[in-house]
Design a protein around this ligand. Structure first.
Ligand SMILES: [Zn+2]
Length: 252
């Protein structure tokens, strides 16, 4: 198991790499505006810093790319932008990159939303393949991001991997252990953070209501890959959460 942390895309990417490199095994590279998008970053300098710290890269594209916009031109533009990120990730030697669930506005029903997503994801998978990149699907925070819909997306796209965000999968009374049990064959990456079941708060583990003992036990049964602490808190709290998580992973 490897533990990573994401850069804050609103902050200087080199400073972020330095801190992550000092404390974690890999960077979950949030390739987003305004300071970490492909069009402003210095790939050579980043590559050098990553090497210096021995940091691996897991790629992460912006969660708000409108892959399921009812407006075709926006969907196409979103795919083009993602593709430019894949190119940059390839240059940073990333093998796996996250794309996010995206749903059209509620004027369109769930079935239509699934169709739009699957159509865009199929094109994204093709684009990513050009750069030797494999895509992972991170489900979101809405009610439609339930087990049934996630399973349908993965079933329709056998080349797509599953990125389990434990915080997202715990919202709306969902059973996160069911996602682990049923989808572990496709599971390639995990985001870990806490909440109270209603809002996506990205809290340190143990602060919210997620039953971490149960979840970590279930996760350990099936998974031993990359785990990002997607906790948005002051740095000392992030390191406390890391220590707590490492202890739980060891002892459970
Ligand atoms: Zn996440």
């Amino acid at each position: 198991m490897k533990i990573g942390y994401p850069n804050n895309p609103r902050k200087d990417v080199m400073d972020e790499i330095k801190w992550i490199g000092e404390h974690f095994d890999f960077i979950d590279f949030f390739m987003e505006p305004d300071k970490a998008y492909y069009d402003v970053i210095d790939l050579n300098a980043i590559k050098k810093a990553l090497k210096e710290y021995g940091l691996d890269v897991v790629g992460h594209t912006a969660y708000y790319l409108p892959f399921s916009s009812p407006i075709k031109a926006l969907r196409e533009t979103a795919i083009k932008e993602a593709s430019k990120c894949f190119d940059a990730f390839h240059k940073l030697d990333a093998e796996y990159v996250t794309v996010h669930a995206n749903w059209p506005p509620p004027l369109f029903n769930a079935k239509e939303g699934l169709e739009m997503q699957i159509e865009s994801l199929a094109l994204l998978i093709e684009e990513a393949e050009k750069y030797g990149i494999k895509l992972m699907y991170e489900s979101g925070i809405g009610e439609l991001d339930n087990y049934t819909n996630v399973a349908k997306v993965l079933q329709a796209l056998p080349k797509l991997y599953f990125h389990l965000d434990i915080g997202h999968a715990s919202l709306h009374g969902r059973d996160v252990c069911k996602f682990i049990r049923k989808l572990h064959n496709r599971l390639k990456h995990v985001h870990l953070h806490d909440n109270f079941g209603k809002e996506d708060l990205h809290l340190p583990i143990g602060i919210g209501k997620i039953k971490w003992e149960e979840v970590i036990k279930e996760l350990k049964r099936y998974y031993n890959g990359t785990i990002t602490l997607e906790i948005f808190a002051p740095r000392d709290y992030i390191l406390l959460a890391k220590k707590k998580f490492e202890e739980m992973w060891k002892s459970l």
